[in-house]
Ligand binder design. Structure first.
Ligand SMILES: [Zn+2]
Length: 361
């Protein structure tokens, strides 16, 4: 919140009013601001304000003090993606003094790193706005290469409850680990189907993926376990029915695994909790918005990336053509001694300059 307030106060100094979309408890917010004419479709510059933790990472610089060395800026979030936010904010004086034909919107979200949580309420609020913008640029690190797509992703935590007993009385108990194993085998079948399903050669792993990441349950070798929980995640191509997959898993759990458990121990249960969900992004390479971003980026190539962004929310939920293009390399993101090259920030500044030129008379 202090970061968002800092940005709000900074923008205020240039006469730019921010709209904050707060969380229910008021501890975090998304920030939306508009420069130029308000009543026509504009260009959104989108980024997230949060970073991943530095716990357990071996940093040689203070991760929260910006350190310049050898043409690089070191610090947590320099590459992902506070460098882009800084470039956008640094351009505000120029944006304000330019005679913009269409507005430039600043969209800064919270809690992207834990699964695009913050942007959802921002997008909901934008739905209620009278004007739908014509382009969204997400400044995640792409080395300033226009990125036209990424997979969507979802993750669930599964809680399984059975009935405990001494292991010698196993037939009177309901083994939660057994039930988890049954469900995990089912998930493995689905991951096999995804492997044989639709593919997109632009990705290193061309098909959808599903994997179980963490499991815990039981307390002793001679106790039939009452509880087991595990997490799984899947990443899918555009057009994949992500909700349909989830419902298929819920159905198998409730209709195949649970009834025999409850026949013996009616208190048995299987509960799913969504950890995160973000849509895939895919924009047609021939889309006018793509040529526009390529012109602004002054390059002809494009690509797809393995990581997720908030872009799918703007494109799928609001219908705004969206391209990812920002300074820095994703290989630096989330690492100790994260850095961004100063020349990447310079390219990003030139990008914003060309954007301004493209929307002034
Ligand atoms: Zn990021």
């Amino acid at each position: 919140m202090p970061l968002i307030e800092y940005v709000r106060d900074y923008l205020q100094r240039y006469g730019v009013t921010s709209h904050l979309v707060n969380t229910a408890d008021g501890t975090k917010a998304n920030l939306w601001a508009s420069i130029g004419p308000h009543d026509v479709p504009g260009v959104i510059l989108s980024g997230h304000t949060d970073v991943v933790p530095v716990d357990g990472q071996n940093w040689t610089t203070d991760p929260f003090t910006l350190t310049e060395k050898d043409g690089k800026l070191f610090g947590r979030g320099t590459c992902d993606m506070k460098g882009f936010l800084a470039v956008v904010l640094a351009a505000v004086p120029k944006l304000v003094s330019s005679n913009l034909r269409i507005p430039v919107r600043i969209a800064f979200s919270h809690d992207e790193e834990i699964g695009c949580i913050g942007v959802k309420s921002l997008v909901e609020w934008l739905k209620s706005q009278p004007v739908r913008d014509e382009l969204c640029i997400v400044g995640e690190p792409t080395d300033m290469r226009p990125v036209l797509g990424h997979k969507g992703g979802r993750a669930y935590r599964v809680y399984i409850e059975g009935r405990e007993a001494h292991s010698s009385l196993a037939p009177h108990a309901v083994n939660a680990i057994d039930a988890a194993a049954e469900l995990i085998i089912f998930l493995k079948q689905i991951s096999q189907e995804m492997r044989n399903g639709p593919s997109d050669p632009d990705y290193d792993v061309p098909h959808g993926t599903l994997s179980v990441g963490l499991i815990k349950g039981g307390s002793a070798i001679n106790i039939v376990p009452k509880s087991c929980e595990f997490v799984f995640e899947y990443r899918h191509l555009v057009g994949f029915d992500a909700q349909g997959l989830a419902e298929r898993v819920f159905r198998f759990a409730n209709e195949t695994i649970l009834p025999p458990m409850q026949a013996l121990a009616p208190e048995s249960s299987i509960r799913f909790e969504e950890i995160y969900s973000y849509p895939s992004l895919a924009i047609d390479p021939g889309h006018e918005a793509v040529s526009r971003v390529k012109a602004i980026a002054a390059r002809n190539d494009d690509g797809k990336v393995a990581y997720g962004t908030e872009g799918g929310y703007f494109m799928n939920n609001l219908g705004i053509p969206t391209v990812v293009c920002g300074p820095g390399s994703i290989t630096q993101a989330h690492t100790p001694d994260e850095f961004v090259f100063l020349n990447q920030l310079a390219l990003s500044e030139a990008f914003i300059d060309r954007l301004i030129k493209s929307i002034t008379p």
